[in-house]
Design a protein around this ligand. Structure first.
Ligand SMILES: NC(=O)c1ccc[n+]([C@@H]2O[C@H](COP(=O)([O-])OP(=O)(O)OC[C@H]3O[C@@H](n4cnc5c(N)ncnc54)[C@H](OP(=O)(O)O)[C@@H]3O)[C@@H](O)[C@H]2O)c1
Length: 250
């Protein structure tokens, strides 16, 4: 349904969960995809996503093991894009890699704060900054936000704050000259509960509450990424699209 033939895409956190579904969906739509992951334990999973894209789609996929929280993550991702994308252009960045923590404010350590913020908020900022000179006309930048950014859940302020930060980029960047001059769109999905390892790790008492309503599958969210990447979505820009089955409606 969404043809993205020959587009070059970068997906952070593409080894598992939502990111893996996004990488596969982009490959199926015809994209070349850099699939990032970080954990040695995920190498087999990430490799199988890359192999599946290479063997079953028109797109080509490449592995990139790198910590999105690392100081020099921008340079690392830009170098990989230069290496793999022959025409030197990046059409799609999906900032999906994320980590969460369930702690009330008094229990949060400075190390927790730096860990969550570096991966969820700092990494996407500096990846985009380093890749910006390579962004094609009408490129799409997509963030995986969360209902947490606006819902106000217990023991969730640090994670919620990291997602609120990316929601601020989404609203600001489309107004900056670098994005306006190339008609670059910046959008995000406010994802609700989705069947992944991250959701399975939520304490049981909260999970049970969330499970009173339908829980998304990663492919449900990946389809919405395709929608936002489509040429037809050109007028969706600076938007945080609710992807949570009416859990949030603002
Ligand atoms: N699942 C939900 O209910 C839900 C709800 C709202 C928002 N979200 C958001 O959706 C995104 C994906 O979540 P998910 O549920 O699919 O998570 P997940 O199942 O825990 O998978 C996380 C992915 O992020 C990668 N990652 C983690 N830390 C990284 C780092 N430092 N550098 C590079 N990659 C890293 C992981 O790579 P490794 O395999 O190498 O560790 C993995 O591919 C996250 O941004 C999350 O906040 C999820």
């Amino acid at each position: 349904m969404f043809e993205l033939d020959g587009k070059n895409a970068i997906v952070t956190g593409g080894s598992r969960g939502i990111g893996a579904a996004v990488a596969l969906a982009l490959g199926n739509a015809g994209c070349n995809v850099i699939v990032n992951y970080t954990s040695a334990s995920s190498e087999i999973k990430a490799t199988s996503i890359v192999d599946e894209i290479n063997s079953t789609t028109k797109g080509k996929a490449y592995l990139l093991q790198a910590d999105v929280g690392a100081d020099n993550i921008g340079e690392i991702v830009a170098r990989a894009a230069h290496l793999h994308f022959a025409n030197g252009a990046v059409d799609i960045i999906v900032h999906n890699a994320g980590v969460s923590v369930d702690k009330a404010m008094p229990a949060v350590t400075p190390q927790d704060w730096a860990h969550i913020m570096n991966i969820n908020a700092r990494g996407p900022f500096f990846i985009t900054q380093s890749v910006e000179p390579m962004l094609a006309d009408k490129a799409k930048i997509i963030f995986m936000s969360s209902v947490s950014a606006r819902a106000g859940f217990v023991d969730d302020s640090l994670y919620a704050g990291s997602k609120a930060a990316i929601e601020a980029y989404i609203k600001s960047w489309p107004k900056e000259q670098w994005a306006r001059s190339r008609k670059i769109s910046v959008n995000g999905l406010a994802v609700g509960p989705c069947e992944t390892d991250m959701f399975a790790a939520i304490p049981q008492e909260y999970q049970a509450g969330f499970r009173e309503n339908p829980v998304a599958e990663p492919t449900d969210i990946a389809n919405l990424v395709l929608l936002l990447c489509s040429e037809k979505a050109i007028w969706i820009n600076g938007s945080i699209v609710n992807a949570n089955n009416a859990m949030l409606t603002n």
